[in-house]
Design a protein around this ligand. Structure first.
Ligand SMILES: [Zn+2]
Length: 617
């Protein structure tokens, strides 16, 4: 079929249209835009992509996709289609077929317009195959930065946020149209391919080339795809504590630019080794598994100057991996990648969470004394650049502002920290679980975000109507208002009206008594076992509501020695919607000791703080 003159296909279509006038009435072209306010050219309507199989035969010396390169997309029509468009700037397209039947293909700007031989009925699932060759492209963004297939001396460093995918494969290039992927990348045996998902096969073709088959069974937005090729120091390993979504040990793939010095690569390896620890820690705090089966790092000295959370393969520009940035990109795998932005208007959702988690990581696992609460205080009280507050995160001026640091990263992270302080740790992590449970592997918009934050505050922190209304004000100020929010955690509660039921005869009481904390017993080295102990907390409150929380348990320590596994504390009840007198709450402590955990003679301990608080004293 290759080389069949496309003009003939077009001629046949014209003939069909003339002889069957009903065609144009029943079927209509899919839209060539999804109407994004910030990135209006991106995305196409009338269909939903389900799966992409990208086959690349790549010559890195020439930076060229050779004949035999193609993208096959499994698509479901969501309207009667007479035509559909894809986003593609690169390549010469030699042929397009739909379920094996030749289709018309035309270029209109960055759109590849496909005209099927006959209309496609709404709901039909079909395979669109596009064959191409030529140079994959770097794409310049509205803010002047570059992405897409970014040329490196040994191949291409491939990152796409927000629109770079159209530089190297045809797609519906929009975050809300997620699909699963296979990549078959044929390159010289001296080179490495790093695409999304897990390495299903690496086949020696016997002609000096190798085909790398990467497979991702979880939905992914096009801006998170990658197929980086280069000469790398490549390794595969398995997490010792981190697990994938399925519960199997996490697979890890790392590729460091081979031309780095041995010392640089050693440093990169040491940093990348922390993926295991970081993913274990985040999954434990969030209370939901890491969303995929693998993670990995790609490090190369590119001119791009930024890192990107490409799904399951975080990319880093430069000669080293900053561990705080690694934590940021890993946090994105949950927030940004699994729970994605529905439109580019929700970019604050991605970067707010990743920034908050990087702050928390720095404080809890990387030696920084600055807590997230102190981040809030210092950023909020800073008097430098007062005009930085004049951009609302959910109302950026244009696509050139997508990655503006303060409105897109810092301010949304401050908002999340304020929300944490307002609803408490339990509901804050409960909110993250709710996001993953209700929007994981899909996307979220601002209204869904606010509604869910309020629902969690109501269900898990006992918030009543007045406080829920205040949360509306809180989110409006932090996300939509182009000025400095006045609704801080302090202001939130300072403005809570005291309930009229409190009188002189009922002194406001909020009392918490903790029973003796028993020992977890004697830890036995070399044996897998979970040690448990429990006690009672007694709660007395005359407040309208009360919330019981415990500080981050962290790990038990014995002098300089710390247990590898975190202490877990479970509270039998954490919230009350009214007053309570002498209610006993079971507090359970659990400590897992693994057979391989090294134990030091002596006593391990940790002081915890239990807090009983109220929003309606
Ligand atoms: Zn980020």
């Amino acid at each position: 079929m290759r080389g069949r003159p496309l003009a003939i296909v077009g001629g046949l279509l014209a003939g069909l249209a003339l002889s069957a006038p009903a065609y144009a009435q029943q079927f209509s072209p899919g839209s060539r835009s999804l109407g994004d306010r910030l990135m209006p050219a991106l995305g196409n309507g009338g269909y939903d992509t389900l799966h992409y199989t990208n086959t690349f035969k790549y010559d890195p010396a020439a930076n060229t996709m050779l004949p035999g390169s193609q993208t096959e997309i499994t698509i479901k029509a969501t309207q009667n289609l007479s035509e559909l468009a894809l986003d593609l700037r690169a390549y010469t397209v030699s042929e397009a077929t739909i379920d094996g039947i030749a289709a018309g293909v035309a270029r209109v700007g960055d759109k590849l317009v496909i005209t099927p031989a006959a209309g496609i009925v709404n709901g039909r699932e079909f395979k669109l195959l596009i064959k191409f060759s030529g140079t994959p492209l770097e794409i310049q963004d509205p803010d002047g930065s570059f992405e897409g297939w970014s040329r490196i001396p040994t191949g291409g460093f491939v990152v796409n946020e927000p629109q770079g995918a159209m530089g190297w494969f045809p797609s519906n290039n929009y975050p809300s149209d997620k699909a699963t992927y296979d990549f078959f990348v044929t390159i010289p045996a001296t080179h490495t391919s790093m695409a999304n998902g897990e390495l299903a096969a690496r086949t020696d073709n016997g002609d000096g080339t190798t085909t790398w088959h990467w497979s991702l069974d979880y939905p992914m937005a096009t801006y998170l795809t990658t197929a980086t090729v280069g000469v790398f120091d490549y390794r595969e390993w398995t997490g010792s504590t981190a697990k994938g979504k399925s519960g199997d040990p996490l697979k890890v793939y790392d590729a460091f630019e081979a031309a780095l010095t041995e010392a640089q690569r050693t440093t990169a390896r040491n940093t990348a080794n922390r993926q295991d620890e970081i993913i274990t820690w985040m999954a434990g705090l969030i209370g939901r598994p890491y969303p995929y089966e693998s993670h990995g790092t790609v490090l190369h000295r590119t001119s791009l100057g930024y890192a990107l959370e490409s799904q399951t393969k975080s990319h880093f520009s430069g000669s080293s991996i900053n561990v705080g940035t690694l934590a940021h990109e890993i946090a994105h795998q949950w927030f940004g990648d699994s729970v994605g932005p529905q439109t580019w208007e929700e970019i604050w959702f991605n970067e707010g969470w990743a920034t908050w988690w990087a702050w928390h990581f720095a404080n809890k696992l990387n030696g920084s004394a600055t807590t997230t609460a102190q981040q809030f205080t210092s950023n909020y009280n800073s008097t430098s650049q007062p005009t930085r507050w004049n951009v609302a995160p959910a109302a950026l001026a244009s696509g050139a502002n997508l990655f503006d640091t303060f409105p897109v990263y810092t301010r949304p992270a401050l908002m999340l920290e304020a929300y944490r302080q307002i609803v408490g740790d339990a509901a804050f992590y409960g909110f993250q679980r709710a996001l993953l449970d209700e929007h994981g592997y899909a996307d979220i918009n601002i209204n869904e975000f606010i509604a869910l934050a309020k629902k969690v505050a109501q269900q898990q922190a006992g918030f009543e109507a007045s406080n829920l209304a205040k949360l509306d004000t809180f989110f409006t100020q932090w996300l939509k208002t182009p000025s400095k929010p006045t609704m801080t955690p302090q202001a939130f509660f300072a403005s809570t009206p005291a309930p009229g039921t409190v009188s002189g005869t009922v002194p406001a009481t909020l009392a918490l008594t903790l029973g003796a904390v028993p020992s977890l017993g004697s830890f036995q080295p070399g044996v897998d076992r979970e040690y448990t102990a429990s006690t009672k907390a007694t709660v007395v409150s005359t407040a309208g509501d009360a919330t019981l929380a415990v500080s981050d348990p962290g790990r038990l320590t014995n002098g300089a020695f710390t247990l590898p596994e975190p202490l877990r504390v479970e509270l039998g009840k954490t919230s009350w919607a009214g007053p309570v007198s002498n209610e006993e709450v079971t507090v359970t402590f659990k400590q897992l000791i693994k057979a391989t955990d090294a134990l030091r003679t002596g006593a391990y301990s940790k002081t915890l703080t239990f807090t009983l608080s109220t929003t309606t004293p």
